[in-house]
Design a protein around this ligand. Structure first.
Ligand SMILES: [Fe+2]
Ligand SMILES: [Fe+2]
Length: 132
C-alpha cells in the first residue's frame, strides 16, 4: 500500500503560524514513525518512537487547547474530547503493535487518518474561527 502522506503540503496549513509550525513537526514525526515501523524490526527503537510521538502529541494538544482558551473558542470542550480520543487511540495502537496483534500498516493507517481528519479538518474549524 502506498503511503498517502507524501510530503508537507500547503493545503495542510491553517494560517496560524504557531500551530502550523507544530503541525509540520508533528507530520515529520508521523512519517518517521511510519517509515521505521515498515523498515526496521528494532522493537525497542520503535517503542521509543511511539513515546516520542506521544510526548509531542501531548505538548501539541495542550498548546492548541491553550490557544483556543485564549481566543475564547466555544468549541474547546468538544475539541478536547477529540484530542483525548486520539491519545487513547495512539496508546491502543502502540500496545497492539508491540504485542504483535496488528501490523505496521494498520498503525500507519491510524496515523494518516488522524493527520487528515483531525489536523487538516477539525483544527481547520478553529482556524476559520480565528481568521474570521
Ligand atoms: Fe492540531
Ligand atoms: Fe486539534
Amino acid at each position: 500500500m502506498q503511503y498517502r502522506l507524501q510530503g508537507w503540503s500547503k493545503k495542510y496549513e491553517l494560517g496560524i503560524k504557531e500551530i502550523d509550525l507544530q503541525h509540520q513537526y508533528f507530520f515529520k514525526l508521523i512519517t518517521r514513525l511510519a517509515d521505521e515501523l515498515k523498515n526496521s524490526s528494532d522493537l525497542p527503537y520503535q517503542k521509543s518512537l511511539f513515546t516520542e510521538l506521544g510526548l509531542y502529541t501531548h505538548f501539541h494538544f495542550v498548546s492548541e487547547e491553550n490557544l483556543m482558551h485564549r481566543s475564547g473558542y466555544s468549541g474547546l470542550q468538544e475539541h478536547k474530547k477529540l484530542h483525548n480520543k486520539l491519545i487513547d487511540g495512539l496508546n491502543k495502537n502502540k500496545l497492539l503493535f508491540e504485542e504483535g496483534h496488528i501490523e505496521a500498516i494498520q498503525v500507519i493507517d491510524f496515523l494518516e487518518m488522524w493527520f487528515i481528519s483531525h489536523t487538516v479538518k477539525e483544527d481547520r474549524k478553529f482556524a476559520e474561527y480565528i481568521n474570521g
